[in-house]
Design a protein around this ligand. Structure first.
Ligand code: ADP
Ligand code: MG
Ligand code: MG
Length: 887
């Protein structure tokens, strides 16, 4: 009985699955048992990896005994022996995790070679060039992976021998040269480790296995797992496999092929190979590989067999395969197959094609696409025909393109974004303290940091375009300037970045809207057949509403009205409304705002004609529309000083009076904790005339639309209500005002009033709230804040990252809905609310509405709809379908 080690031929292995054998080991066992030509070998399980790490990184005696048994079996099968001077056994030692992590961990080839066996290999093959080439590769890989000797030192040896021999390419080196490389490699190892290179194949094997287990925790593997959300607990398996040689001459080759094109999805073999080469040579770019189609001419027999194998494997796995193969003296061997990584566009085409070919059904196709991955297809791109000035380039860290005003710190980014500006945050690199700036910005540009830097990881997570590590960018944060090429830029200048290519471009660039392919449209149609949730969009203006409708949104779940107050020409009117000393002065200002709001609502209702548009009455605290306190104090001081020198300047005096008044108002509105302060329906309760104006604007716009032949369906939403009495009063206000308009206009657009549920009390008294509401909409951003008692900006800026790193929280609750706490409130509110009013519509708005795990939760709770940003509407439709299929 083996506990840790399974031969590829072991029937039990096929049943163990990827969890324990790793993806590679599992596929090798399946292929072997399916009769495909796979070099024999065995797999050491991920369980052994866990025990190894728990056991101070040591293999247990039983593991070693099992490995020795498996080696003995392999020796018998191959009729070769470790260390044999006639017919030596050579193996590869390969990592293989349950989830494929290409290139992240280590593999060692040609293990078993030493002073003696290299001679035997030369005699056996009659090819001593091959034997020494294989030996030097083994020393390199073992030296690198097991002994930690930097790779470049080995490369240096090869370069030196090439220089001595006067040749440019590895191909031109002969047996004697490789023998010379081997001597230098052995000397290098001895210098670096203080010991000779290990000659005993068993010792080599055990060290290599340990090193592969260790490589689970190398830096690049850790980062890869973090970026791809792969659990650290999985561990890796190790595969020990007898070697086959693609470097045995011109009738040998090694290559990689995909059963379909992984970047376009086109159906047909796609791949590359190299003649007389081994392992990673193809990807390492030493020589230019040939296209797989060439193999049909060069080695027709092997090629035809390979085509057959590819069809077989694709049929078996019912998915596109990424296959590693080697041809040794004309004979084909398979070394790995796995489901191919593919671009978002290819994923869609392949899924749809496979349905049309009858390979998979529609539901399988819908679950095949990775929702997050697809978001890249939905971002606007730079117009490829636009004439642009490229100023520099960095890493394409997060796709999508954006033009924006540059800002050099997170606070400024946040402040300017509040004024409705499009911001490009430009930093040397970002840290968790910048998170509010990243949230506020449209895109991020850094001068340092790689694809896995903070900026890159966070931007990808948020789906914002990002270019990282733009070396030619120099930032001077203190005077808020930067230089790029020979240009100097100030804060507020406009630059564009293309996160798909890494280009940084002067000024504003034309964007083109993303286009949804025919296959994508097809997949979305299938999604409609299975999904239960409706998908609406969050949109505050007609353009976004129209875009959302184009993406298949069946309404607007959240139309925020505060942005409409922020337009530069409106700010003075809004401010005079706030500064009014009495109700009649306030009404006068509101009367000026009324036609503007009416126009906004007209446009949005028209763009969503026939579908419901949920309009939320004013929500943020009023001081957000006024200048901030520090700015005003500075202005006041400056004016006082100037007046001392010019006491007779009437303009200055007037200006000071106004500033004093503004300052007094700002001070009076100043709040200790604005998040829990005078906002939401608390504004409507104390300044009902503001809400009356908004309601009037909504129903006047609706009346106009009906007259113009449209079918507006407005729904008025009360924000932040926590007590039924608030809701009762606000609902009466809405109904009274709407009725007034209807009487004036003779219109009859139905009046629908609902409430956001964003404080726990509202959720807990949902039965009462439902009496006064036609619908509930969970504002999960505020509901998360009020349930956790976190203010989002403070949390994300100060401690949340630590919580996530330390695994105190599994996910950021502002990104992935917290099922146990916030989710529980949603559950209570939905069931209590519907008990009181069975036809109650219940939806969720806020960023969670576009996030797949949160959407799955909404499906499980039988919500009516989710609402998300327009670009995420197609993703939410697919996620809703996936949730229905998986439930
Ligand atoms: P990765 O997971 O990084 O792809 P692999 O374990 O697949 O690493 O191995 C790296 C390379 O070595 C691949 O090209 C593979 O085909 C080749 N290779 C692995 N084992 C053998 C073997 N037994 N004989 C010949 N080539 C091998
Ligand atoms: Mg591989
Ligand atoms: Mg809110």
């Amino acid at each position: 009985m083996m506990n840790w080690v399974y031969s590829f031929t072991d029937a039990a292995a096929a049943n163990l699955g990827k969890e324990q054998l790793g993806g590679k080991g599992h596929s090798l066992a399946l292929m072997t048992q399916g009769g495909l030509p796979v070099p024999p070998g065995f797999t050491i399980t991920t369980d052994a990896c866990h025990v190894f790490h728990d056991n101070q990184r040591a293999l247990s005696e039983q593991m070693i005994a099992e490995i020795e048994t498996a080696v003995a079996e392999l020796e018998a099968k191959m009729e070769k022996r470790f260390g044999d001077t006639v017919s030596p056994l050579l193996v590869s030692v390969r990592s293989g995790a349950p989830i494929s992590m290409p290139g992240m961990m280590d593999t060692i080839l040609n293990l078993g070679l030493n002073e003696d066996t290299v001679e035997a290999l030369a005699r056996q093959t009659g090819n001593s060039r091959f034997a020494y080439d294989s030996y030097r590769r083994f020393i390199q890989m073992f030296g690198d992976v097991v002994q930690g000797i930097p790779h470049y030192k080995f490369e240096q040896n090869i370069e030196n021998v090439k220089a001595d021999a006067g040749v440019q390419e590895d191909q031109k080196l002969d047996a004697g040269h490789w023998q010379m490389v081997v001597q230098r490699h052995l000397a290098l190892v001895e210098r670096e480790t203080g010991k000779p290179f290990p000659q005993d194949p068993k010792e080599q094997l055990l060290s290599a296995i340990e090193a592969v287990f260790d490589s689970w925790n190398n830096q690049r593997a850790i980062v890869y797992r973090k970026v791809n959300k792969i659990p650290d607990e999985l561990g890796t398996a190790v595969n020990v496999q007898s070697m086959v040689f693609g470097n045995l001459g011109d009738d040998s080759a090694t290559g990689v092929a995909f059963t379909r094109n992984p970047s376009t999805g086109e159906n047909g073999l796609y791949g590359e190979y190299l003649v007389n080469a081994q392992g990673e040579d193809v990807v390492a770019g030493i020589r230019t590989p040939k296209s797989i189609q060439e193999l049909a001419r060069e080695m027709p027999e092997a090629y035809n067999e390979f085509v057959g194998v590819c069809n077989h494997l694709e049929g078996f796995y019912k998915d596109v395969q990424d296959i590693e193969f080697t041809i040794e003296q004309g004979k084909l061997f398979l070394l790995q197959t796995r489901n191919a990584k593919r671009t978002a566009a290819a994923a869609i085409k392949i899924a749809v094609d496979m349905v049309n070919d009858g390979v998979i059904d529609r539901e399988t196709a819908l679950t095949r696409v990775d929702i997050e991955h697809l978001s890249a297809l939905l971002h606007p791109r730079l117009d490829p025909d636009a004439q642009v000035t490229v100023l520099g380039s960095g890493l394409p860290a997060s796709p999508g393109a954006v033009s924006g005003q540059i800002v050099f710190n997170a606070d400024d980014a946040e402040a300017l974004a509040k004024l409705g500006k499009k911001i490009l945050l430009v930093r040397t690199e970002t840290t968790p303290e910048d998170i509010h700036g990243i949230l506020a910005a449209q895109g991020i540009l850094t001068s340092r940091g790689g694809m896995t830097s903070h900026a890159a990881v966070v931007a990808r997570g948020m789906g914002k375009p990002c270019v990282c590590g733009c070396d030619s960018l120099y930032i001077n944060p203190s005077d808020k300037t930067c230089t790029l090429g020979n240009h100097v830029f100030n804060e507020g200048d406009t630059l564009s970045i293309d996160g798909s290519t890494g280009r940084v471009i002067l000024g504003e660039v034309q964007h083109i809207e993303p286009k949804i392919s025919d296959e994508f449209t097809q997949l979305l149609e299938w999604a409609e057949e299975v999904k239960r949730l409706e998908v609406r969009a969050n949109a505050d203006n007609p353009a976004d509403a129209a875009r959302a409708a184009g993406f298949g949104a069946v309404g607007i779940g959240l139309c925020r009205t505060e942005h409409m107050f922020m337009a530069p020409e409106r700010v003075p009117v809004v401010q005079s409304m706030i500064l009014s000393r009495d109700t009649s002065a306030r009404k006068e200002a509101l009367n000026k705002l009324l036609p503007m709001q009416q126009e906004d609502f007209y446009g949005i209702l028209k763009a969503m004609d026939g579908y419901p548009v949920t309009i939320r009455l004013l929500d943020p605290p009023l001081h957000e529309f006024l200048p901030n306190l520090e700015t005003l104090i500075a202005r006041q001081t400056e004016l006082k000083v100037r007046l001392e020198y010019n006491p007779d300047n009437a303009d200055l005096r007037q200006h000071l009076t106004e500033t004093n008044e503004m300052l007094a108002t700002v001070r009076s509105l100043n709040e200790v904790n604005p998040m829990l302060g005078h906002r939401g329906c608390r504004l409507g309760m104390t300044f009902p005339e503001v809400y009356e104006m908004q309601v009037r604007a909504i129903y006047q716009a609706a009346a106009d639309l009906v007259k113009d032949g449209y079918h507006p369906v407005p729904e008025v939403m009360i924000p932040l209500a926590g007590h039924v009495a608030e809701l009762r009063r606000m609902r009466k206000l809405v109904e009274d005002t709407a009725r007034e308009v209807q009487a004036e206009r003779g219109s009859s657009v139905p009046v629908v009033v609902g409430t956001m549920i964003e404080v726990p009390r509202a959720a807990l008294t949902a039965d009462e709230m439902a009496q006064e509401a036609e619908f509930f909409s969970f504002g999960t951003n505020d509901l998360t804040q009020t349930t956790f008692g976190y203010s989002r900006d403070d949390a994300e800026g100060k401690f949340l990252q630590t919580y996530l790193n330390d695994k105190v929280l599994q996910d950021n609750p502002f990104e992935v809905l917290d099922r146990d706490g916030v989710g529980r409130l949603i559950k209570i509110a939905t069931s209590e609310g519907r008990k009181a009013k069975p036809q109650l519509k219940v939806g969720i708005c806020g960023e969670h509405g576009g996030e797949q795990h949160s959407i799955a939760f909404c499906h499980e709770q039988n919500l009516t709809y989710v609402s998300c940003s327009p670009f995420r509407v197609p993703l939410a439709r697919l996620a809703a379908a996936q949730a229905a299929i998986r439930a």
